[in-house]
Design a protein around this ligand. Structure first.
Ligand code: SF4
Length: 69
């Protein structure tokens, strides 16, 4: 599972960075929020960011490892 941001709704308030700077960052070049590529995400921190996000635009997304189940 990876966290994803619905950028159409994100207000770039950067609250998620305050909660989980190891997961979320702001890209100065694109002016958009990004999820940092990590081998594993800290579930507690991401859950807190999801709860906090004022636009309710962070969600977990299932990543298919290609195993097919
Ligand atoms: S907390 Fe939500 S609205 Fe704020 S920057 Fe993060 S994803 Fe965007």
């Amino acid at each position: 599972m990876v966290p994803v941001i619905d950028l159409g709704r994100c207000s770039e308030c950067r609250g998620c960075i305050e909660i989980a700077p190891e997961v979320f960052r702001y890209n100065d070049q694109t002016g958009l929020m990004e999820v940092i590529d990590l081998p594993a995400y800290p579930a507690d921190k991401v859950a807190e960011a999801i709860r906090f996000c004022p636009e309710d635009c962070i969600a977990w997304e299932r990543v298919d490892g290609g195993g097919g189940d």
